[in-house]
Design a protein around this ligand. Structure first.
Ligand code: FA5
Ligand code: MG
Length: 450
């Protein structure tokens, strides 16, 4: 145990990624396991389901310029400031984001490239597909590395004016050129709402409405057509029930108004993308103040899981040919046939958080001191579980949360589901993992096991 902990908790002086060297500092929190995922680039791997899904979506946006190889390490300026994230936004916390150092992060979304791509001003529409990184929950639809596709389309007010038209008129002409679909999409939302989803001060209502109509039609077409492609294929991947799609209002610091598109899947509404009318200050800062338009960001895993009925997000990382051999760019889409499901092993870990009165935890000299009860963040437990178990952990969730009535000390219980996608774990293996997990929780977080 001691050895494993020491090896994992050593933060080097520099982090080197594909020939680039970054100094570390007190903000650094990116583990080796995450750095090792960077070269995988699953969205570019031939015959990988994420790559096939990317190409399918790209084919629905003809003329859009694609960027598929943008480097994943960006500045906090690119990831947050350029998009108008306030300084106290939770997304900036070390509990949510992987920091290489104070001013450098692994991008948490493809929107990190919006400002630069708008500034380059190479095309009216663009698509950016890339790996993104977030400290997050552990379950079958969340993984600390996943893939997004960003899309944007803008129009130039001056160019419209030179043709004697308003930009809204130009956009409506473009809407007429979009393909039609026959799925009834639920959309009870007004084009904008003064409190919940405001019109920007620099947009006329008819401009925002035209932009939103083009945005929604384009994305509905994308979702409907890729699911039809799956259905039309032999051995249909989609369930027999009809596709159900709906729009809900949303909030992003860099779009207004904003929405999310949800698809009904296995009895529940699943969010597949966020989008909205691009905030004008972003376009101003990118030196294209005359342009107006929309942007979206979607999760490629979410769409691929729907398309192929892939039950667990960890599978995308599998190098097992029983997984990889089931996907081919030149074949119609076929439902994924799970190889046999190996047994789950549930184990609980209960601990007291470190309160100010309890003894200080054994924080290592390299890691920051263990957080006090008030600063505890669940994502720290998730990451320790990832460090110890890699892909042998399927799910981690809180089952009990208790505060002692007299001392005010807080106790938590997490249930860990150990399960390999590729083999049966022995009792000895899961016991060993569970013991190492407990030891690392004590070492890093200063908790007291119960
Ligand atoms: C964003 O990341 C925004 N940048 C999207 C956007 C772009 C909005 C442009 C407006 C304009 P969000 O955090 O909701 O938003 O993530 C977008 C999509 O990524 C989600 O809808 C979901 O499909 C996917 N996603 C988010 N978190 C995860 C995760 N942990 N694992 C897998 N997919 C995820
Ligand atoms: Mg979201």
């Amino acid at each position: 145990v001691t050895l494993a902990v020491a090896a994992l908790s050593t933060i080097p002086k520099d982090i080197i990624v594909e020939g680039k060297t970054y100094p570390t500092d007190e903000w650094t929190n990116v583990p080796t396991s995450i750095v090792e995922a960077i070269p995988r680039r699953l969205h570019l791997q031939a015959d990988h389901p994420l790559s096939i899904t990317r190409k399918l979506i790209e084919s629905r946006f003809p003329g859009y310029k694609t960027h598929n190889n943008l480097f994943p390490i960006v500045t906090t300026g690119q990831n947050f400031d350029s998009l108008g994230f306030p300084l106290d936004h939770v997304g900036r916390n070390r509990s949510d984001t992987y920091y290489i150092n104070k001013s450098t992060v692994l991008r948490t979304h493809t929107s990190a490239h919006q400002a630069d791509t708008f500034r380059a001003n190479e095309s009216e529409g663009y698509l950016i597909s890339a790996d993104v990184y977030r400290r997050d929950a552990i379950d079958r639809s969340h993984y600390p590395v996943f893939h997004q596709m960003e899309g944007a389309r803008t129009w130039d007010r001056q160019q419209a004016g030179r043709a004697g038209k308003s930009v809204a008129e130009v956009i409506w002409e473009d809407i007429k050129k979009l393909p039609r679909h026959d799925v009834a999409v639920e959309d009870p939302n007004p084009p904008f709402h003064i409190e919940r989803n405001p019109l920007q001060s620099r947009h006329a209502p008819e401009e925002a409405e035209a932009i939103a109509a083009h945005l929604k039609r384009s994305l509905e077409d994308m979702v409907v057509s890729i699911f039809n492609a799956a259905k039309g294929a032999s051995d249909a991947a989609t369930p027999d029930e009809a596709l159900k799609v709906r729009w809900v209002e949303a909030y992003f610091p860099f779009t207004s108004p904003s929405w999310e598109l949800e698809v009904f899947w296995q009895g529940d509404w699943l969010e597949v993308l966020g989008c909205g009318v691009v905030s004008q200050p972003i376009l101003d800062n990118a030196s294209v103040p005359e342009r107006v338009g929309w942007a979206f960001g979607l999760g490629l895993e979410r769409i691929a899981m729907l398309l192929y009925s892939i039950p667990d997000i960890r599978l995308f990382w599998s190098k097992d040919t029983r997984f990889l051999s089931q996907f081919s760019e030149s074949q119609p889409i076929k439902r994924f046939v799970p190889f046999s499901k190996y047994p789950a092993c549930l184990k609980d870990v209960s601990f007291w958080l470190r309160s100010s009165s309890s003894a200080a935890g054994g924080a290592s000299p390299i890691h920051p001191p263990a957080p006090l009860q008030s600063a505890f963040h669940e994502n720290d437990v998730m990451e320790i579980a990832r460090e110890v178990c890699g892909d042998l952990v399927e799910d981690v969730h809180l089952t009990d949360d208790f505060t002692h009535p007299k001392t005010g000390r807080k106790s938590l219980c997490y249930r860990i589901n150990y399960r390999s996608l590729e083999r049966t774990l022995t009792n000895r293996q899961t016991n060993e993992l569970h013991e190492r997990l407990g030891a690392l929780l004590v070492d890093r977080l200063g908790v007291e096991l119960r």
